[in-house]
Design a protein around this ligand. Sequence first.
Ligand code: ADP
Ligand code: MG
Length: 253
Amino acid sequence: GRTGEVLLKVEGLSKAFGGLLAVNGVSFELRRGEILGLIGPNGAGKSTTFNLITGVLAPTGGRVFFKGQDVTGLPPEAVHRLGLARTFQHPHLFPELTVLENAALGAFARARAGVFPVLLGLHQKEEEALLSTALQALRRVGLEELALEKAGRLTAGQQRLLEIARALAASPELLLLDEPAAGLRAGEKRELARLLRRLSQEGVTLLLVEHDMDLVMGLVDRVVVMHYGEKLAEGSPREVQKDPRVREAYLGE
Ligand code: ADP
Ligand code: MG
């Protein structure tokens, strides 16, 4: 259903880099089960908004609530442990590790980060559980056959999928995706859209930054449009596409 509780609430969020207001008083909500698109021209402040939500950056002003809890200023590991995972605009993978090991890092981070240092090592049972979770995540994105390849040998499209698998290995309730279709071929984009729809049906709430308008508009329930750090518009894909201010923002790009 599309009428779940408010899962994420962003209130008057701001971030200044020196004199530049990269994010300027942005507010929106995301309900459990929804797919929300966050769009806007290059430099609008979308990735910065992701970094503020996930604790990578501390906001200059405003608050972030996840599952009703004020998570403003919490470190990324703490936000992640609450069930909020993300992928990056430029994949953050370990090219020398296997696909399976990269995915397992997602499960590991959710289970143990901040509790025991990695150096203590894992018991065999724990390691098996992590690898099994990781393998399941690889299966969900269709990468299980490449589990023992080095991540650096994957195509750009496969690396994007691996980023998603690593995020899924943490069993997130909310998944933030930053331009997941960038660099993908048309067929891979269709696969990605199918995957995201399936994840949504399985109960993962999605917040998606994406430039491919066909992909976004065919996938999301609602869209928030940013421009020069501010929220310019919000509504259904149809409403937003009709909005003259939105058209103007994109024409000026
Ligand atoms: P988008 O993801 O919408 O393309 P960004 O959030 O990456 O936009 O960037 C918004 C603005 O903030 C841009 O003008 C960008 O140059 C600037 N910016 C982003 N990160 C930093 C940073 N770490 N330091 C200084 N300026 C930044
Ligand atoms: Mg960006």
